[in-house]
Design a binder for this molecule. Structure first.
Ligand code: GAR
Length: 187
């Protein structure tokens, strides 16, 4: 049995896609959804599905003892719209077992401040002909770990940040659970 933890700061549509995907699996179990934001929609989505939830502060995230206890028994950590920087001790502890999803084709549109709608706005402002998703291992720098998968989708002149976001979200919900499954089963 592989235990998955999802860390998220916002709405949690990706967390929901992961939780829904593994319902009924005997070897993969989403055993924790945790957030730095007590108001995050993701906590409600987890509670609705009976998945244990937890919240932590920024200083708890950087407290090795606290996080080691919170993530005890977890095999794979998925950052699904998690906006705080992961401390080095966690990166090391979960090397090859912690992944992040980014709503653009990295290395373009990565780095601090580049999340959610900011990314889509920049892509549209630059009149890019395509956008997409990148799923990568987590390293100590934002959006810089080794890439596991990237998928593209075309943009037309009619696209807006909103429609680009919807196209990207569709790709995210399709591919993130698959990558989690492959990673969990490879351990
Ligand atoms: C997703 O689009 C994810 O790729 C992005 O936040 C969104 C969370 O949506 N992550 C980043 O921008 C990380 N830099 P969700 O809460 O509906 O899953």
């Amino acid at each position: 049995m592989k235990n998955i933890a999802v860390l998220a700061s916002g709405t949690g549509s990706n967390a929901a896609a992961i939780m829904d995907r593994f319902i009924g699996y005997e070897d993969i179990f989403v055993s924790l959804v945790a957030s730095n934001n007590p108001e995050a929609g993701v906590l409600e989505k987890a509670a609705e599905r009976g998945v244990p939830t937890s919240t932590f502060t920024k200083s708890q995230l950087n407290d090795e003892e606290f996080m080691t206890e919170l993530l005890r028994g977890i095999d794979v950590v998925v950052l699904a719209g998690f906006l705080l920087k992961i401390p080095a001790f966690l990166v090391r502890e979960f090397e090859g077992r912690m992944i992040n999803i980014h709503p653009a084709l990295l290395p373009k549109y990565g780095g601090k401040g580049m999340y959610g709608e900011h990314v889509h706005k920049a892509v549209i402002e630059n009149e890019d002909k395509e956008t997409g998703i990148t799923i990568h291992y987590v390293s100590e720098n934002y959006d810089e770990g080794d890439i596991i998968l990237s998928e593209t989708v075309s943009l037309s002149q009619r696209d807006t940040p909103k429609t680009a976001a919807l196209k990207v979200q569709k790709l995210e919900h399709k591919h993130l659970p698959e990558v989690v499954k492959k990673l969990a089963r490879s351990l």
